[in-house]
Ligand binder design. Structure first.
Ligand SMILES: Nc1ncnc2c1ncn2[C@@H]1O[C@H](COP(=O)(O)OP(=O)(O)O)[C@@H](O)[C@H]1O
Ligand SMILES: CC(=O)OP(=O)(O)O
Ligand SMILES: [Mg+2]
Length: 438
């Protein structure tokens, strides 16, 4: 563990979020632990944010802005041709760090990495050969994610050799899902031997949202029942009972549940054998940092499906733009299909929560930005008591703060939008973990 006096005094935490199609990076300074934070988020101070989107469909879009300039000034945005994977995206960011922010790499003490699949690891772990191997073994169960995270971890170890790389797992938040909900109706011996159960993902996002909503409503997290949607390139939904995950729509892998940009979501498991007669063939992707072995079935359902397969674009904003009644049927179909699947889960989770739902929360790029999607889902689930304030829904994007109320009711069954922040969640956890700062 790197632990030099200078490094600890400066206390910089870099938080890196390798999503399926993006790399989001934030740099924080850990605040002096003697100063009592007013809000939980204040244990760290944001210095800069950067994101690289459309990583797999060139050109990638790079953005970089210093926190002091996030109100619209000095945000650098550019298309970059030579970014074609997460490793090259990270290396492009590191070049900017010195030239645009004058930050020396040696000032970074810890690098927090979002790792989607942690299997039976629940606590954050410092990367060493054992934990690296554990994450690598799980790559087959998160083919769009774990390999990408490992490629960034490798890049970090090379470029920031004095810093600790610490893995934070999406799966940790869902350890509370009861056995009968996490289990599949298959041979229990095989399930146990091979770890075949529901793990659930987007957990760092759900943990952040729970904290932010609890702060916003001034209600202890342990008293909250929420239905939270995280709708981005990967989309999922989570039922939170008394502040803990009760159920979520993704499963053994991030493929199940809701459809995503390139993912089918839940389908009849037999469908794939009627789609192709090569479903079981193993493919190796040489561009991946680690050897990820996936079948053609997984390849088709993970990368050749979702709204890109339905409409030709992975950008849901474009789907929404073209989905008006005058638009072509395929755009409308993609939009209605997603609304239908989300609404189905909202109904199911309302039953799980025995009707006691404090709020329905929209998050992730689509949940946070699509006025139309929120409108359609709330309309479809109105029988459960959800109702939008249309003006508040339309102007939600303009409001400050991580949580915006877009519902009619201010006492029960609220409808909220939360700007989720997985990087901030990791940095907070890191700053508060004394063991990393001794
Ligand atoms: N105004 C918008 N309306 C609908 N969807 C949007 C809008 N803006 C962005 N999006 C969607 O949000 C997605 C990105 O969400 P995000 O949560 O950042 O994704 P990621 O899974 O890469 O972390 C984009 O791919 C795009 O489809
Ligand atoms: C788990 C998952 O699908 O993550 P993302 O949405 O970042 O791809
Ligand atoms: Mg994401």
């Amino acid at each position: 563990m790197a632990n030099s006096e200078t490094a600890c005094q400066s206390g910089l935490i870099l938080a890196v979020n390798a999503g399926s199609s993006s790399l989001k990076i934030s740099l924080f300074r850990r605040r002096n632990s003697d100063a009592k934070p007013v809000q939980p988020d204040h244990v760290v101070e944001l210095l800069l944010v950067s994101s690289i989107t459309q990583i797999s469909s060139s050109p990638a879009l790079f953005s970089f802005s210093l926190a002091s300039h996030t109100q619209g000034r000095e945000v650098k945005k550019e298309s970059v041709d030579n970014i074609n994977d997460h490793a090259s995206a990270f290396s492009h960011f590191l070049d900017y760090l010195k030239t645009e922010a004058s930050i020396e790499r040696s000032e970074i003490v810890h690098v927090c990495h979002r790792v989607v699949h942690g299997g039976d690891y629940f606590e954050p772990v410092i990367i060493n050969s054992e934990s690296y191997h554990h994450i690598k073994i799980l790559s087959d169960l998160a083919p769009l994610h774990n390999g990408a995270a490992l490629s960034v971890i490798k890049g970090c170890i090379d470029a920031l050799p004095h810093a600790n790389s610490i893995a934070y797992f999406d799966t940790s938040f869902h350890r509370s899902i009861p056995l009968h909900i996490a289990s599949y109706a298959i041979n229990p011996d095989v399930a146990k031997k091979r770890g075949l159960k529901k793990y659930g993902f987007h957990g760092l996002s759900y943990a952040y949202i729970l904290g932010a909503v609890s702060h916003y409503l001034q209600q202890d997290a342990s008293t909250l029942n929420l239905i939270v949607t995280h709708l981005g390139s990967g989309a999922s939904i989570c039922a939170i009972r008394a502040g803990r995950s009760l159920d979520t729509s993704m499963g053994l892998t991030p493929l199940s549940g809701l459809p995503g940009a390139t993912r089918s979501g839940a389908v009849d498991p037999s469908l794939i054998f009627h789609y192709t007669n090569r479903a079981g063939r193993i493919t190796h992707d040489p561009s991946q940092a680690v050897d990820v072995r996936v079948t053609q079935a997984e390849e088709i359902l993970n990368t050749q499906s979702g709204w890109r397969a339905l409409t030709g674009t992975a950008d849901f904003a474009e789907v929404v733009k073209n989905a008006g009644w005058a638009g072509e049927g395929r755009w409308r179909l993609a939009f209605e299909l997603l609304v239908d699947r989300i609404s189905g889960f909202v109904g199911q989770y309302s039953v799980r929560l025995e009707g006691r739902v404090d709020a329905l929360v929209f998050a992730g790029g689509i949940g946070e930005k699509s006025v139309e999607l929120r409108e359609a889902v709330v309309k479809q689930t109105a029988c459960l008591g959800f109702e939008l304030d249309e003006a508040a829904n339309r102007t939600a994007n303009e409001k400050d703060g991580p949580v915006v109320d877009v519902g009619k009711s201010k006492d029960q069954r609220r409808v909220l939008v939360c700007r989720t922040d997985e990087q901030l969640e990791m940095a907070k956890e890191c700053a508060l973990a004394d063991k990393f700062w001794q």
